[in-house]
Design a protein around this ligand. Structure first.
Ligand code: G
Ligand code: G
Ligand code: MN
Ligand code: NA
Length: 255
């Protein structure tokens, strides 16, 4: 088990690495974006997955400096891909904890970061979870509006797993939904369970939202998603999360 002080030290020492998982157009199989996924490069235990430390980081407040490092690293990476591949549009999607969004400095720091790195905000997306929608609605609405006004897209991650009601979807200024893997897992099993995914896609379309599906592992799932009208897909069927250097090759050559 990781302790608070170990994690704090690891942030100071920048013992983290971002992996990237491609997001594809299921029809054309072209890469349209990537999701940044953090790993802890632990000196003794090797590469640790977020499940081993993100919860602790959130509980202890270390998510603020860690989250700032993640945003900075992902923006610098985007900039370097844009410089290496002019004219190739890539969306970089970054998971942001609600603890980061609670911090009053989040937005001003983000604006400063974009100015410093000189990266186009329209190539950025942040992924927020439904817990965000259970907070002070006026504050969240204003914050999301500010973020979108500078061109950053907002996706609601792990959609369908949280406690928020569907009516929240109409209230908040967001751009897209990411259907949680647990729903994608059910595709191909039987028609009643398939209908949940179909319903989410129809709902998103109704609300004018884009819809992503994650955790796709087989062609039954991708075929069903395309049939229902969801073309933005992510999962092991296409690619696992990979280091930045390998991603440059995929962005250059395709899958
Ligand atoms: O990479 P992996 O599938 O193990 O990630 C599991 C979960 O960890 C993701 O669904 C996401 O919620 C969380 N996660 C991964 N990377 C980040 C990150 O950079 N910041 C935050 N806040 N959470 C992340
Ligand atoms: O942000 P979120 O917690 O949803 O991150 C997605 C997580 O799901 C990442 O940790 C990623 O490694 C993982 N993941 C992505 N695609 C697949 C998949 O096809 N199968 C499984 N089991 N996990 C996946
Ligand atoms: Mn995510
Ligand atoms: Na997710």
């Amino acid at each position: 088990i990781q302790t608070k002080s170990q994690l704090k030290l690891a942030v100071q020492r920048e013992q983290f690495e971002l992996f990237y998982q491609p997001i594809l157009n299921a029809r054309t199989l072209r890469i349209v974006g990537v999701e940044a996924l953090v790993r802890w490069n632990h000196p003794e235990r090797g590469l640790l997955a977020p499940i081993e430390f993100v919860g602790l980081a959130e509980e202890t407040g270390t998510i603020l400096p860690l989250g700032a490092w993640i945003l900075r690293t992902a923006c610098k990476q985007l900039k370097s891909w844009q410089d290496a591949l002019p004219g190739v549009p890539v969306l970089v999607s970054i998971n942001v904890s609600s603890k980061q969004l609670d911090d009053a400095n989040f937005f001003p720091d983000l604006v400063d970061l974009l100015a410093e790195i000189q990266v186009d905000a329209r190539s950025l997306q942040i992924e927020v979870t439904e817990t965000m929608l259970l907070k002070d609605p006026e504050r969240v609405t204003a914050l999301f509006a500010q973020i979108r006004k500078i061109g950053i897209r907002i996706a609601l991650d792990d959609f369908g797993t949280g406690y928020s009601s569907l009516s929240y979807l109409e209230k908040y200024p967001i751009d897209s939904l990411k259907i949680d893997k647990s729903f994608v897992d059910r595709l191909g099993e039987g028609s009643t369970k398939k209908n949940i995914v179909r319903m989410i896609i129809d709902l998103a379309r109704d609300l004018g939202l884009e819809v992503f599906a994650e955790g796709i592992q087989n062609v039954h799932q991708s075929d069903a998603l395309m049939e229902y009208g969801c073309n933005l897909v992510q999962g092991y069927l296409y690619s696992r999360p990979i280091p930045a250097g390998e991603m440059l090759l995929l962005l250059t050559q395709g899958l």
